[in-house]
Design a protein around this ligand. Structure first.
Ligand code: AGP
Length: 608
């Protein structure tokens, strides 16, 4: 959701800015722009893809040693060239990620002072505000500091000024931003992927930090102007990790990376490793001690991972568990209980609602917090007492796939760790679960081999306008995840129901044009599910059943069966989501949608 790249270097930064934007495309955007200083300020904007911006830069043979660049995901004002960043005030240019909540008030007071607004964006208010500060505080860094102190809301910004051509200023609050220390200059970007082209040495800015980037170095200050030191990290990401390689789309690549991602995430139990609270941090044993309930907070796919975990935590660890959509929890009046472990799940670690829900839980007195996250230095991780970093590697496709299955792996470990602490995991049971977890990458690999058959099913699906997903028990959230995937990337309307709910309403929708996808593991609820499937067939609905070996659901007219490997017990949801990911991927391919960047969506939802 919006991306920023800033660079000052001894060589031409235009290719670096453009390549950085390409690497941030996955975050979701609808327009792009850049501004560079080379004597005077030049700005280019395109109401479309980064490729169009690059073509404009080529045509102008743009070259400069300092610049800012941006991909915009529209919040205030339609996607258009006029609203694309950078926004300019006098000789000053600003790019911005986030939402300024008090921009109307700032705009009114600036208009009263004679500033004329050309766009509908909140960002333009920042540009004029900084410009207005320069009248009384001619130092650009100071002017940006004073301006950002007046902003309410979330921002990561980059600022350039014609009158001050040897430095770029960046600042952040709420939205991500990190610095890159390169051989040929200094850089800043919304995430590491954009900077791997020039450096792996990064500095994560904290909320409220303001930084000045110069050719010979940088400095960071707090909102009151006090200087601070921030640690320099060496990113373990390789540039290859964000390359497409042999795959057609990132989503496809990421689906097929799942065995590896699971193996990496579960590395601590490989070989002879046992289940331990230590997997969640040095203080985990102390923090888990006395936990009587679990509250999971998350959004979207991460929320579905939490829903699966509820079944595990209650059945295996016997811990009462509530799972809430973060955007609901943060605003509702709830009853806090101090002996609760608050588990926040987020691939990006940036999701504004999840971060706010976590902070809200803490203000209610719930200090035992655990983040399950794929990005080590993200805001959500830093806000939590404990952390489990899934090792899925960068997930670029907007549709979350490997992040989901690695979250499930982390949640399975959490379930077993809490069960063990509570004396509910006998040694033999622990060994059985450990064996299943260690074998999980191989089991997932086998399911991936079903792709050719799923591809055939997808051909029939692509012409449908609606689809119904059914599941029961811990596979109901998998049905929900399948429906989310399908609608997200193929734009086919899909709904998921707990199969037992069918006759309480949704059965009315079933006819020959409504495909019904059933997640049918050979578990304790299979016989119940079979009855639900009969209800569908009796109304002429066409069934697509993902059945474990041994499910004994006969294929017949209108009943298509795809046989999965043998039932995988507690971890079965990890296997059953794979064909649903593949089904939505191939349906989207047939429909010709933009698989990795579906319309209207962003990878990191850093605004409310
Ligand atoms: C999943 O395919 C979606 N892109 C979306 O639901 C996502 O899971 C949600 O926005 C939460 O993101 P997070 O895991 O980064 O917090």
């Amino acid at each position: 959701m919006c991306g920023i790249v800033t660079a000052i270097a001894t060589n031409n930064v235009v290719p670096v800015l453009l390549e950085g934007l390409r690497k941030l495309e996955y975050r979701g955007y609808d327009s792009a722009g850049l501004a560079v200083l080379s004597g005077s300020l030049s700005r280019l904007r395109a109401a479309g893809r980064v490729a169009e911006l690059a073509a404009l830069a080529d045509a102008r043979q743009l070259s400069a040693n300092i610049g800012i660049a941006h991909t915009r995901w529209a919040t205030h004002g339609v996607p258009s060239e006029r609203n694309a960043h950078p926004h300019i005030s006098g000789g000053l240019a600003v790019v911005h990620n986030g939402i300024i909540e008090n921009f109307e008030a700032i705009k009114s007071s600036l208009e009263a002072r004679g500033y004329v607004f050309e766009s509908e964006t909140d960002t333009e208010a920042i540009a004029h505000l900084v410009h207005s500060k320069l009248e009384t505080h001619p130092d650009l860094f100071e002017a940006v500091r004073l301006a950002t102190n007046e902003l309410v809301g979330a921002y990561a910004i980059g600022v350039l000024a014609e009158a001050d051509p040897f430095r770029a200023i960046v600042a952040r609050r709420g939205s991500p931003l990190l610095l890159g220390i390169g051989e040929q200059g200094m850089y800043a970007a919304s995430d590491t992927a954009a900077l791997l082209q020039v450096t792996r040495k990064v500095v994560y800015l904290e909320d409220g930090d303001l930084a000045e980037l110069r050719l010979d170095g940088y400095r960071v200050v707090r909102p009151d102007g006090e200087a601070v030191e921030r640690e320099v990290h060496l990113s373990s990401l390789s540039a290859d990790a964000v390359e497409l390689g042999q795959f057609r789309h990132y989503m496809q690549k990421e689906i097929f990376e799942q065995p590896q991602a699971l193996g990496n995430t579960l590395e601590m139990i490989a070989g002879g490793g046992a289940i331990s609270p230590q997997h969640f941090g040095a203080r985990a044993a102390e923090i888990f001690d006395g936990v009587r309930r679990v509250l999971v907070l998350a959004c979207g796919t991460s929320y579905h991972a939490g829903l699966v975990a509820r079944y595990w935590l209650e059945s295996v660890a016997k811990i009462p568990t509530t799972v809430e959509i973060a955007s609901e929890y943060r605003y509702r009046e709830s009853v806090p209980e101090a002996d609760t472990l608050v588990v926040v799940i987020s691939q990006s670690g940036e999701t504004a609602d999840t971060l706010a829900a976590l902070k809200h839980a803490k203000t209610l007195g719930m200090a035992r917090t655990l983040a399950i996250c794929n990005v080590p230095e993200s805001a959500i991780v830093r806000e939590s007492a404990l952390r489990f970093i899934t090792r899925a590697g960068p997930e670029i496709g907007v549709a979350s796939t490997k992040a989901f299955t690695t979250q499930l792996a982390a949640l399975a470990l959490l379930t077993l760790a809490l069960a063990k602490l509570n004396g509910r995991l006998p040694e033999a049971e622990e060994q059985r679960h450990l064996t299943a977890l260690r074998h999980l990458p191989v089991a997932v690999q086998k399911v991936l081999e079903l792709e050719p058959e799923i591809e055939k099913w997808a051909q029939r699906f692509a012409s449908k306008e609606h689809a119904l997903f059914l599941g029961r028990g811990r596979h109901w959230p998998i049905a929900m995840e399948g429906a989310l995937k399908l609608k997200e990337i193929s734009y086919i309307h899909a709904e998921a129901y707990a199969a037992g709910e069918l006759k309480h309403g949704p059965l009315a929708l079933v006819d020959k044009d409504m495909p019904v996808i059933a997640v049918s593991p050979a578990d304790e609820l299979l016989e119940k599910l079979k009855s639900n499937l009969q209800e569908v067939r009796a109304r002429g609905g066409e069934l697509y059943v993902f059945a474990d070996a041994g499910s004994e659901i006969p294929e017949s007219e209108g009943v298509h069966i795809l046989h999965m490997p043998e039932h995988y017990g507690m971890l079965s949801p990890v296997l059953h989501v794979i064909p649903l990911q593949l089904l939505s991927y191939h349906a989207a391919l047939v429909k010709g949608t933009d698989v990795d960047k579906p319309r209207n969506l962003a990878k990191s939802v850093t605004v409310e």
